[in-house]
Design a protein around this ligand. Structure first.
Ligand SMILES: Cc1ncc(C[n+]2csc(CCOP(=O)(O)OP(=O)(O)O)c2C)c(N)n1
Ligand SMILES: [Mg+2]
Length: 557
């Protein structure tokens, strides 16, 4: 027998095109670790510190590269830690393969040590959950897992590996490569109906998002939008998929949706929605389009039939990939120049915000970063009020990328930044983190140190779980509970992990500190002195509290 199951699995992954993997070891998959011993330089293993961090890294790697992020974790405690990245990959439509150890087939079903029924636990969280129960079928299952993760609406696949499947020997041939599966092109008659609807529109809108875009597809969609002068809005946290400098780009339909974006979506008469799923954030709580039949005429284009008509009945539904659709669209003309101009002007105006009541003023910091960061920068963030800065105060050009979780998972930013550095060592990667957000996965600084994948991290340190504090002040003003943090010395912490680190006390100190961060070979952590008062760009904590007190006084009267 030529090889064991672990070797067959690793050889098959290499044949499919995997070059990087992330994980935490476990005795449940020693044969895989043993196979990885001989594949350095072909399939590397980034050793992480918590499975939550590892699965975030794999999820972000898949989102950035389009190649499934590979994650290896052990059973029970390992995989439950990893579930956060799996959920995020699903909500983000990011291709990901999570391999997890399983008890031997001779013990299954007894609630053996760390046993989990993966199909049941991950059943609704993934595109496919499978357990290998015949070593000969490893190539077949891996080929299907790869295909499942990358086609249609991309997403995560969980593959359970019973211990004896990895140690059994086999003569089965490994894969020779991934299947060549073409992106579905739009059906001609449906495309013609869509074009007719668009041409007859008075207030058309293009919405886009999702994964699996190619540079050519994005450029083709931009040519179509510009030639047609149609305003463009990106779905929640997919604003990096369209050149924000284009005069047709009008903003992101995401959390804290600006009024002008809400207006564009709700007042449009024809919406061409390309490659998006209609999530709660993108629809402002499903309020901008009525369920199940929107008042707007909806042309919904998606590579997965499961997304078409899932929530909104489209006027025209087209099952097609985003790039094939973009190449096929012909420009349309209409009298909507003013509609587009107003949208764009409001987007440009959204970058102006008052001076912040904070020693470090993020309006000024982000204005400077917009000019200073390289065109191919990767920004990352987790969850918290601070995300408004990378999400709403940055302009993504054609090469810039945003790795931000549609799942709103705290702790995603740092692992995502490490994954981006692993995938693209030459690019500048900047993680925006809240003080709460950062501490979810700050142990991954060790992963960064070991993998020499060290990004720049900006901690927006306001001493509070700001988002929850904001909700608290709105609903229970003055009754602060469970939202104030006592924080460690972040500079000392980061230095202990080999990072360059500085405290930035005032706005004036930021530029020089950031230049030192850029120049540092070790990556950098900048601890920014942000006042809790500066909770949102346009409303302070005190204003929020006062408004809530006034409202409750009115209610009582
Ligand atoms: C894993 C996870 N746990 C809890 C939450 C709920 N939550 C959302 S934002 C937030 C506070 C974030 O605080 P911080 O990172 O300090 O950012 P800030 O809002 O202060 O800018 C919390 C607790 C979440 N989204 N994800
Ligand atoms: Mg905070």
């Amino acid at each position: 027998m030529t090889r064991n199951g672990g070797q067959l699995l690793v050889d098959s992954l290499i044949a499919l095109g995997a070059t990087q993997s992330f994980g935490i070891p476990g005795e449940s998959y020693l044969a895989v670790l043993d196979a990885l011993h001989d594949t350095q330089g072909r399939l590397d293993f980034v050793l992480c510190r918590n499975e939550g961090g590892a699965s975030f890294m794999a999820s972000a790697y898949g989102k950035l590269t389009g190649s499934p992020g590979i994650c290896f974790v052990t059973r029970g405690p390992g995989v439950t830690n990893a579930s956060i990245g799996v959920h995020t990959a699903m909500q983000d439509s990011s291709p990901m393969l999570l391999f997890v150890g399983q008890v031997g087939t001779d013990m299954k079903g007894r609630e053996a040590f760390q046993e989990i029924d993966y199909r049941a636990v991950f059943g609704t969280m993934v595109k496919w959950a499978v357990e290998i129960d015949d070593v000969e079928r490893i190539p077949e299952i891996l080929a299907r897992a790869w295909k499942t993760a990358t086609t249609g609406r991309p997403g995560p696949v969980v593959i359970a590996l019973p211990e004896d499947m990895l140690t059994s020997r086999t003569d089965a041939a490994p894969l020779t490569g991934p299947a060549d599966i073409a992106e579905p092109a739009p059906e001609a008659a449906a495309l013609a109906r869509a074009q007719t609807l668009l041409a007859a529109a008075r207030r058309p809108l293009l919405m886009l998002g999702g994964t699996n875009w190619t540079a050519q597809g994005r450029a083709a969609l931009q040519r179509f939008a510009e030639a047609s002068d149609i305003p463009v809005v990106a779905a929640f946290r997919y604003q990096d998929q369209f050149d924000n400098h284009a005069p047709v780009f009008c903003g992101e339909a995401g959390v804290g949706m600006p009024a002008h974006v809400r207006r564009l979506v709700s007042e449009a008469d024809v919406i061409l929605a390309v490659n998006i799923r209609f999530g709660e954030m993108t629809t402002d709580g499903y309020s901008l389009l009525s369920v199940p039949v929107p008042q707007q005429k909806l042309i919904h284009v998606h590579p997965s039939d499961l997304e078409l008509g899932k929530i909104y009945q489209p006027t025209v539904g087209i099952q097609a990939g985003p790039n094939a659709l973009a190449q096929a669209l012909a420009p349309v003309q209409g009298a909507w120049a003013e509609w587009r101009r107003i949208g764009r002007a409001a987007y440009e105006a959204s970058f102006h915000a008052p001076e912040q009541p904070s020693p470090v003023d993020m309006v000024k910091v982000t204005a400077w970063l917009r000019e200073r960061l390289p065109e191919d920068v990767v920004l990352t963030n987790g969850a918290g009020n601070f995300t408004v800065w990378p999400n709403k105060f940055f302009k993504f050009g054609p090469q810039a990328r945003l790795l931000a979780p549609q799942s709103g998972a705290m702790g995603y930013g740092l692992p995502a930044a490490i994954a981006a550095k692993v995938a693209c060592p030459g690019r500048t990667v900047v993680c925006f983190a809240g003080d709460g957000d950062f501490q979810m996965n700050c142990t991954e600084l060790a992963t960064a140190l070991q993998a020499k994948a060290q990004p720049i991290v900006l901690i927006l340190n306001n001493g509070i779980y700001g988002t929850i504090r904001a909700h608290q002040e709105r609903h229970y003003p003055e009754r602060v509970s469970g939202t104030t943090m006592v924080n460690p010395d972040f500079v000392a912490l980061a230095r202990a992990y080999g990072f360059h680190a500085e405290r930035v006390e005032t706005t004036a100190d930021f530029e020089a500190a950031f230049e030192r961060a850029l120049a540092s070979r070790t990556g950098a952590v900048l601890d920014l002195n942000i006042s809790a008062e500066a909770l949102t760009p346009r409303q302070t904590l005190s204003q929020m509290r006062a408004a809530a007190l006034k409202a409750s006084a009115k209610e009582a009267a």
